[in-house]
Ligand binder design. Structure first.
Ligand code: GTP
Ligand code: SPV
Ligand code: MN
Length: 673
């Protein structure tokens, strides 16, 4: 083929810019899948393209390739078959909320809690960043399902990525591969997702252990809610990169849910069976690193009660013809917080990580096993910390590690050093969980493919003061108010300077709203208005496992003892027990919290005197609390987006029903003793 040579001034051919070599786009039966892959192949110009099949052999081969390249450590296969360890770059350890964008056409549709940019501007900016970004790398195409394939609630995605770490994590966290492509057929719909670590390789350049864009301002986690597209660039970690999770199953799905009359929530799903064999299904929305995984697989302290897991992070709920909300877990695995997970606190999570699990940013022990702070087992004499540096057992506490030999617990604490990153995680297949409710997890209830009907919905957060152990909403609207008013201390799950400070986190969804928070509140209210039978909506509760004494000690043991609270909730649903009807909601009477089996390790024992304190109304604290909630509402009313500085006359409004509830509680508090 003749190539046109542009004549230059002197009549000689200009040296042609080396045109990027484009590899052939593989064939796909589904034309939209082909178009999505073909488009990004031409922009990203990878060296090769691999379609993720979902087969074990391909998964294992990718893991082994990563071991060879120094991107994975293969763990002791006798102790942890199929397990690997990854260490991320120091800039890439958690979600980056400051670099997360909702690019709706209008700023107001992203709302006051989201960063916004004009979608055309964002597309132009990111396309530039994507141009040639996969040079020297493999482009993987991951067909995946959020939910059991074929379930009416399930949705599908295609994630293009240049990160093999993302591929193997997606293989665990979602249902991937050929089965999805087959289900999509010729014209099935999916959410198109593109991801790159943003680190092209020059010819012959050696790859690093954790490629990413090292500068935080070069990372973008972008949702286009109107086009239902996800574009992610520069980060390889968790919710930034496993695009089925927060980007799709929460941000994009919440928008779809609003349009279609269902709900996409940051909620665990569990099945609880009482000693008489009656089953309850409960969801709970707690902010990141606030106890969802732990509650989802908790071992009840109460004799005769059985708890099973359906999901630990995300719930999709659809109203049924009977007015009940039916929930599925769209995920296929757990991306759980490692530190604090022990045989005492969460044995089922530890069991879930026994095989085929990827650990990220934990400690490597000399025998090829893993360790983290508060794992409940002695640290090895020596290990490798999350940064890849040596670490050593603490001189006076075998359950700590320090950066130098012989350091004391006080010295380590003072230095702020941790050997496993506070947001270190395990990616474990759900089928490993010994208490998985297989039917519920497979989206079945009474053998029918749907979700499980929800009896109670919990909200919660880390609140050292004011918020009681459990508080029952008096109505659906009151429950929506409770969710809208949720607050929590910021945790290490987010890269932020505010870790430890209390912030408002409505419905534990602050980082995950795909649209305007005011519209989201309205959507929750609509669930009652449009319900076939509002009496069948779940009861709503606010719980707080994290009250602290003045000395900073937890007032409630938490974990398995939380079954006492779940039992109270079931008793309320059955009308077996009364409650103290207070200005803020219905609180338990002391004698209605079952304290059987309350002996043994004092760390896991309820102190009755403290219990009394955390089930009463702290009037002064609540007056302040309600004021702060009002301030958050005012802020939502004023701004078009998180980045807009001025008062915006077009800003959406917090629904009047919630303002009325706030005023009602404020007035009731003023009157209360
Ligand atoms: P994401 O995966 O970030 O959404 O977090 P999550 O909500 O699933 O949090 P997870 O259950 O992993 O808990 C995070 C941390 O909170 C862990 O270190 C737990 O040990 C601790 N935690 C969980 N439940 C309790 C509890 O009941 N009481 C106390 N004191 N700590 C808890
Ligand atoms: C969270 O932060 O709520 C998580 C972890 O579940 S991540 O997937 O990284 O968002
Ligand atoms: Mn989460």
């Amino acid at each position: 083929m003749a190539t046109a040579k542009k004549p230059c001034a002197k009549g000689r051919a200009a040296p042609a810019a080396p045109a990027a070599k484009v590899v052939k786009t593989p064939k796909f039966e589904n034309a939209k899948v082909f178009a999505w892959v073909d488009k990004w192949n031409k922009i990203c110009t990878p060296d090769r393209i691999v379609i993720v099949t979902g087969e074990k052999k391909q998964h294992d081969d990718i893991c082994e390739m990563m071991v060879k390249k120094g991107q994975f450590v293969k763990l002791n296969q006798k102790k942890r078959p199929g397990c690997y360890l990854a260490r991320s770059h120091e800039s890439d350890v958690a979600r980056v909320e400051g670099r997360t964008f909702i690019c709706s056409k209008k700023e107001i549709d992203a709302g006051p809690t989201n960063h916004w940019m004009d979608p055309d501007e964002m597309r132009a900016k990111m396309t530039k960043a994507y141009t040639g970004c996969m040079k020297g790398r493999t482009m993987y195409v991951i067909p995946y399902a959020m939910g059991p394939i074929g379930n009416p609630i399930t949705q599908y995605g295609i994630e293009i990525t240049d990160s093999p770490y993302v591929v193997v994590n997606m293989n665990i966290m979602t249902r991937t591969g050929d089965a999805v492509l087959k289900h999509l057929g010729k014209d099935g719909d999916f959410i198109p997702c593109i991801h790159s670590v943003g680190a092209p390789l020059k010819k012959g350049e050696k790859d690093v252990a954790w490629p990413c864009a090292k500068n935080i301002d070069d990372k973008y986690i972008t949702q286009f809610p109107e086009d239902h597209e996800i574009w992610s660039f520069g980060s390889g970690y968790g919710g930034n990169a496993l695009l089925g999770k927060k980007c799709f199953a929460l941000r994009i799905a919440s928008k779809l849910a609003m349009e279609q009359g269902w709900m996409a929530e940051h909620m665990l799903i569990l099945t609880l069976t009482n000693p008489e064999g009656r089953q309850y299904h409960v969801t709970a929305a707690f902010p990141s690193a606030c106890g969802k995984t732990n509650l989802a697989m908790m071992l009840p302290k109460l004799p005769g009660w059985k708890l099973q897991t359906i999901g630990d992070d995300i719930a999709w709920l659809k109203p049924g013809a009977d007015g009940r909300l039916y929930a599925i877990n769209p995920e296929n695995g757990f991306f759980g917080v490692a530190p604090g997970t022990s045989m005492d606190s969460n044995p089922n999570a530890l069991a879930s990580c026994k095989k085929n699990t990827i650990f990220t940013n934990v400690v490597l022990t000399p025998d090829g096993d893993i360790w983290w702070e508060d794992m409940g087992v002695d640290a090895p004499e020596e290990g490798v910390d999350w940064k890849g540096n040596p670490c050593y057992r603490c001189a006076d506490d075998p359950k700590r590690m320090g950066p130098k030999p012989g350091m004391t617990k006080a010295e380590i604490k003072e230095s702020g050093y941790v050997a496993a990153h506070k947001n270190s995680r395990f990616t474990a297949p759900a089928i490993n969980c010994p208490v998985l409710d297989k039917d519920g997890f497979n989206g079945k209830f009474n053998k029918k493919p749907t979700g499980v009907p929800i009896d109670a919905m919990l909200f919660g957060g880390r609140r050292p003061s004011t918020i009681p152990l459990v508080n029952e909403a008096k109505s659906w609207t009151h429950g929506v108010f409770m969710g809208s008013a949720a607050g929590s201390e910021v945790t290490a799950a987010i890269i932020s300077n505010d870790v430890g400070k209390v912030r408002r986190d409505p419905m534990a969804m602050l980082p995950f709203f795909g649209y305007n928070v005011c519209d989201y509140f309205q959507h929750w209210l609509e669930m009652e208005r449009t319900s076939a039978n509002p009496a069948n909506l779940p009861r709503v509760y606010f719980v707080n496992w994290f009250r602290k004494t003045d000395k900073g000690e937890f007032m409630w043991p938490g974990f398995g003892d939380n079954s006492r609270v779940l039992k109270w909730i079931c008793d309320r649903i059955e009308g077996k027990v009364g409650a103290n009807e207070t200005a803020i909601g219905n609180l338990p009477k002391f004698e209605d919290i079952d304290l059987s089996n309350n002996e043994g390790d004092p760390r896991f024992t309820v102190n009755p005197a403290l219990l009394k304190k955390i089930i009463t109304v702290d009037k002064a604290g609540w007056i302040k609390e309600i004021e702060t909630v009002g301030e958050s509402y005012d802020e939502y009313d004023r701004k078009a987006s998180k980045d807009s500085k001025e008062v915006n006359p077009n800003a959406r409004r917090v629904p009047a029903a919630l303002r009325a509830k706030l005023a009602e509680i404020k007035a009731a508090l003023a009157k209360a003793k």
